[in-house]
Each structure stands twice: as C-alpha cells, then as structure tokens.
Design a protein around this ligand. Structure first.
Ligand code: AMP
Length: 262
C-alpha cells in the first residue's frame, strides 16, 4: 500500500488504473481508523479492483476549534489498518483548500434539522470536501457509514443533484459490545465517560424500541437526570430516532430504526 499526499499524484494513479480497466472505490475518513472504518474498507475491496482510503481532518466541517484541535491523529496505526483491510492507497493530503478557496457545495434540504440545526455549516464543509475528493479520485463507488446517517443523506442528494458519476454505498453501523457506535472521538472518553457513553447508546436503543410516535420523548425521559449526559437533540426522521448528546465535552451521535407499533 502506498501513501500519497498530493492531489495531482493521487488523481494520476487513479486515472491510470481506470485506463487499464480497473475500477476504483473511495472510502473517505478523517483518520484515527477503527473497526467501523475497517468494515467500510473491506466492503470497498469487494466492490472494486482498487481501494483508496482518504484520511483528512477537514477543517471546514468543525464548529468548534477545540474539537478540531483535539481530533485524534494516529497515522502509523492508520497505515497498518488501511493496509490490512485491503486499501491500495492511503491518501493523506496536507490541505484541500487553497488560501483563497472560494467554492462551496451547499445542500439545502437534507442538511436541515438534526445535526444541521446544531452545527451550522457542518454539512457545507462535508459536501465540499466530498466533492473535492470525488474530483481528485474519480471513483466508481464511494462507501459511507450509516453511523453518520444525515451525512449519507446529504451526500446522496449532492451526487444526485450534481449528476456526479459515482455510486454511493451505505454500510451499517459497527458497534461495541455494549451498543456504543464506534467513533474516533471515543478515544477521548475516560473510563467513567465511556460507561456513560454505553448508557447513552442503550437509551437510544430502548427509546427507538418504543416506536416512532414517542421515541424522541422517551429518550428525553430516559436521559433526564442522568449526570454527565447532556442531550442535544432527539428527532424521529423517516422512522429513525436520531439523536446527539454530550458526554463531557465529547459529542456523540446515534440513530436507531424505530420499532413499528401495531
Ligand atoms: P469519520 O472518520 O468519522 O469521518 O468517518 C469516516 C467514514 O466512516 C464515514 O462514512 C462514517 O460514517 C464511517 N464510520 C465511522 N464510524 C463508523 C461506525 N461505527 N460504523 C460504520 N461506519 C462508520
């Protein structure tokens, strides 16, 4: 597996594969790889001849300077993980923004509400960087995790609306034994916070089990008075209970399909 840092070099390699008749899959990440990312890379390797994993902590999708600065970096680990999972290239650009960059991709429907309501411009940053990565790598397939459900919805809409020639594949959320969705930010949880994070995941699951009509209220009730978990939002969208909460300064998101009540 190769590491590439220059967009022009990355694009040249990808186009050379494609000229030889090989298909390319892209897995965009922000590094600090875990089993959730590994599952996406393995899936990508089944879908295409070549797999590019990008690892780029995209500054424009962060709302908090602290969150950006504290985002974990585990570059040697990422290299080993990506190689073992079957990647051909780990694309680690230094920056994808020229100093005077002035082009943005803004999706105006799926990016509203839920995380979009609490993280202004977050999805603008996501959509912009994804379009940049698609322009560089020009893959036939791009794999995203359903863990970031709203992100999947936004990217799917952007690809549809801009007629981008790429297929989007969603991969299910990979969870710890106690139900907590794997996330790079989990590395920042101390042991007490980690237990609370498990409790949060359990509450989302239980609330979704009570059905779409009462799921959001139920989650509020379950978390009311739990010291150390601060619910940010809980919304049911298209049969999924979607929620975000803070454990200490660490923001966690989750979603579960609501049980259909007869
Ligand atoms: P991130 O590095 O957090 O930006 O995530 C990169 C990709 O991995 C995104 O498509 C995420 O949705 C996906 N991902 C992150 N965590 C998980 C997980 N626990 N299960 C499945 N996919 C995940």
């Amino acid at each position: 597996m190769k590491i590439m840092t220059k967009p022009a070099e990355m694009q040249k390699a990808s186009l050379a594969w494609q000229r030889r008749g090989e298909s390319v899959a892209l897995v965009p990440t922000m590094g600090a790889l875990h089993e959730g990312h590994v599952a996406l890379i393995r899936r990508a390797a089944k879908l295409a001849d070549r797999v590019v994993v990008s690892a780029y902590v995209n500054p424009t999708q962060f709302n908090s300077r602290l969150d950006f600065k504290k985002y974990p970096h585990t570059s040697d680990w990422d290299f080993r993980c990506a190689r073992q999972a079957g990647a051909d290239v780990l694309f680690r650009p230094k920056s994808l923004y020229a100093k005077d960059a002035s082009t943005w991709v803004e999706e105006g429907a799926r990016a509203r509400g839920r995380c979009g309501a609490w993280r202004p411009d977050h999805f603008r940053g996501v959509a912009t960087v994804v379009v940049k990565l698609l322009g560089i790598v020009q893959p036939q397939v791009v794999v995203f995790g359903e863990k970031d459900l709203q992100q999947c919805e936004v990217v799917e809409r952007v690809v549809r609306d801009l007629f981008l020639p790429v297929r989007i594949v969603r991969h299910p959320t990979i969870r710890e034994a106690d139900g907590l969705a794997l996330s790079s930010r989990n590395l920042r949880l101390n042991s007490i916070q980690r237990r609370l994070a498990g409790r949060w995941a359990g509450a989302v699951r239980e609330a979704a089990g009570s059905g779409a009509r009462v799921g959001a209220v139920k989650l509020r009730v379950l978390l009311r008075g739990v010291n150390g978990i601060r619910l940010e939002y809980a919304e049911v969208v298209e049969g999924h209970l979607c929620a975000a909460a803070y454990v200490g300064k660490i923001r966690l998101i989750d979603h579960r399909r609501c049980r259909e009540k007869s």
